[in-house]
Design a protein around this ligand. Structure first.
Ligand SMILES: Nc1ncnc2c1ncn2[C@@H]1O[C@H](COP(=O)(O)OP(=O)(O)OP(=O)(O)O)[C@@H](O)[C@H]1O
Ligand SMILES: [Mg+2]
Length: 623
């Protein structure tokens, strides 16, 4: 007897629904996209119960003919594919899957009136079974109501988040789509939320829409982007580096008007901001990539959130280049507002410690008289610049350290009650050391130290990062000491990232990072390098996954070891913004003196600058 059966259409639809309709917000996305495709200039969304009890989307688009209405809820029925050409997609929808999927897991009612018809028509679909078409009174357009979402698939219902969280996800979907269509009026209301209303603007007024959606703060603190490379156009607004966010929520990306959360683009944004933002902060941006539909495959993900570019390198390069240029330009603008005279004096006066630096480092900074460059200097080498590995391949900085080195360790992020960095005294003999005696910590970021001949300002994060990096490199040569996590940390991440990490698990273990796969879309961290101490291991792993994604498949991890070590060091280092005790500052300075290459951080910026007394005197016109 045969054991293989053909699934019923209802089951087939439910399976499809599992992919297309993950949560209420996906329903809103599908319905609003349909309304946009229908040419509406007014779209109204009403929800209740976080979209679980009701979602209603009303538009004033073309509507559907009676004959089309019954087809619309059938699987694989679409009006949008031009001659079955999946390579030439100009609409948001193209699969003919959304409405039947929704109809299989909810109560769906569609009312619609086509411009050419005298009255409207309605159809209802409930848990996959559909009614006949009946006439209704309606003005031009379409109104679609979805009630009791997932009532027929209770398992799915259980996985939904709180009403608030689902309502929030819906807001996000509407905002995303609204950003791409300033010419459409969007409103969102319901018992589960405070209402939104974005009046229609002139077509193409993306800045105006960004002002409505993201607020004045973003609109005022962003740079207009407009770049073109080989037929690919990048437009939009990029937030200034100073506008930092804790997550990627404020990044809105569109490819041919379609909202996406594409890894390649997200990675490119990160790279584009590398100069102006720490790796654990996120920029805000609204960016549109427009290109020939043949150059991009949008049919790679059930919810169309991912796309595949024919030439990913081109798109990435365009984004990274345009963002970097924009920041460079904005940087000049900001700098030009400073008193030029003071800046000139400072420029001449402030310089990295000259006598003890490696020759490469010295010549680098001496040939660039604008010592303030380091403020805007790139975090990582730009293509064609000296790669990271060069920085430490050079001869070592050798300070005459004199005394045995004190071990510097970050004890805890908490500030002890008696920490009064400005008042405590550093050991007397410290003054005679090259980096001097710490006198104060300012802005929880810089250590000010007094030397025999002037003062030194140390960037604590940059300095510590270099120390951790150097120690990591030494350890890697000898065998990394690891620290077992009592409870393995589970990190959720996209499957392709998990695969990449697992593929390199053996090599990562050599670096002291022991990971194993933890089901699809998750990875377990078991051990980390001991010297990293307490660190956000999840963020570290994500960054390493990003690193791996950026490099070509064939590159051996060993060759990239330095870069991984640098990523680790960055995570294991004391952050800017943490208050240090005097002993800690003193220990840091002493360890810097004893560590090769400590004159610059892993990103090539100096870790400290020195002002000679004579320079200070010049600043005050005494010389
Ligand atoms: N709001 C609307 N106004 C006018 N026509 C609509 C509307 N919503 C759906 N339709 C019609 O119903 C068809 C089916 O919609 P559905 O969303 O299921 O598929 P699609 O949009 O073609 O493709 P996808 O599954 O990728 O979204 C559409 O092709 C369109 O012709
Ligand atoms: Mg659709």
């Amino acid at each position: 007897m045969s054991v293989i059966i053909q699934l019923s259409p209802v089951t087939i639809n439910r399976i499809a629904a599992g992919e297309v309709v993950e949560r209420p917000a996906s329903v809103v996305k599908e319905l609003v996209e349909n309304a946009i495709d229908a040419g509406a200039d007014r779209i109204e969304v009403v929800t209740s119960g976080g979209g679980k009890t009701l979602i209603r989307v009303t538009d004033n688009g073309v509507g559907m003919l009676a004959a089309d209405l019954s087809l619309a809820v059938e699987r694989h029925c679409t009006s949008k594919l031009i001659e079955d050409d999946l390579l030439d997609i100009r609409t948001l929808g193209f699969r003919g899957e959304a409405l039947p999927s929704i109809g299989s897991v909810a109560d769906l009612r569609i009312e619609t009136r086509h411009a050419s018809e005298d009255n409207g028509w309605a159809i209802t679909v409930s848990g996959g079974s559909r009614s006949d078409i009946e006439p209704v009174g309606l003005s031009r357009g379409t109104r679609i109501e979805v009630r009791n979402l997932f009532f027929s698939t209770p398992a799915r219902l259980k996985f939904l988040k709180s009403e608030r969280a689902e309502a929030g996800a819906i807001t996000d979907v509407v905002k995303r789509l609204a950003l791409a269509h300033p010419e459409i009026r969007f409103s969102l209301s319901g018992s589960d939320r405070s209402p939104l209303d974005y009046p229609a603007l002139a077509a193409g007024d993306f800045r105006g829409r960004a002002l409505q959606v993201m607020g004045a703060d973003f609109a005022e603190n962003s740079i207009e982007i407009d770049a073109l490379r080989e037929g690919v156009r990048l437009t939009g607004l990029a937030g200034l580096g100073t506008l930092q966010k804790a997550n990627a929520q404020s990044q809105y990306l569109f490819v041919n008007g379609r909202p996406v959360r594409d890894k390649l683009l997200i990675g490119a944004i990160r790279a584009g901001y590398a100069d102006v933002m720490a790796r654990d902060r996120f920029p805000a941006a609204v960016l549109f990539v427009d290109l020939d539909p043949h150059e991009v495959d949008v049919n790679v993900h059930p919810t169309k959130a991912d796309v595949r570019f024919r030439d990913p390198g081109l798109v990435r390069g365009l984004l990274v280049g345009a963002l970097r240029r924009a920041h460079a330009d904005a940087g000049h603008r900001a700098a030009s507002t400073h008193g030029a005279a003071t800046l000139d004096v400072l420029t001449a006066a402030v310089r990295p410690m000259p006598t003890s630096a490696s020759s490469a480092w010295r010549s680098d900074y001496q040939s660039r008289p604008v010592a303030f460059d380091w403020r805007t200097a790139p975090d990582r080498p730009l293509p064609g610049e000296v790669p990271l590995s060069r920085a430490f391949a050079e001869d070592a900085v050798s300070f005459d350290a004199g005394s045995p080195q004190t071990s510097f360790s970050v004890v805890d992020d908490a500030v002890s009650a008696d920490a009064r960095p400005g008042l405590a005294e550093a050991p007397v003999e410290s003054v005679s050391r090259p980096l001097g005696a710490p006198r104060a910590q300012i802005h929880e970021t810089y250590i000010v130290a007094q030397t025999a001949t002037g003062l030194v300002i140390v960037d604590q994060h940059a300095a510590h990062e270099r120390l951790v990096y150097e120690r990591l490199k030494q350890e890697i040569a000898k065998g990394v000491e690891t620290q077992m996590l009592l409870i393995p940390e589970i990190v959720d991440m996209p499957e392709e990232d998990v695969d990449r990490l697992i593929e390199r698990a053996e090599e990562l273990a050599e670096l002291g990072l022991v990971v194993e796969s933890f089901g699809p879309g998750a990875i377990a961290i078991r051990e980390i390098p001991a010297l990293l101490g307490r660190t956000d291991t999840a963020a570290l792993l994500r960054d390493i996954a990003d690193d791996l994604a950026e490099w070509d498949q064939a590159t051996r991890l060993r060759e990239k070891l330095d870069a991984i070590a640098a990523t680790m060091a960055c995570h294991g280092s004391v952050r800017a913004g943490r208050r240090l005790r005097v002993e800690e500052m003193d220990a840091l300075l002493r360890e810097m003196e004893a560590t090769p290459n400590s004159g610059q951080c892993n990103h090539g910026r100096p870790t400290f600058v020195e002002l000679k007394l004579s320079d200070i005197e010049r600043l005050f016109g005494r010389r």
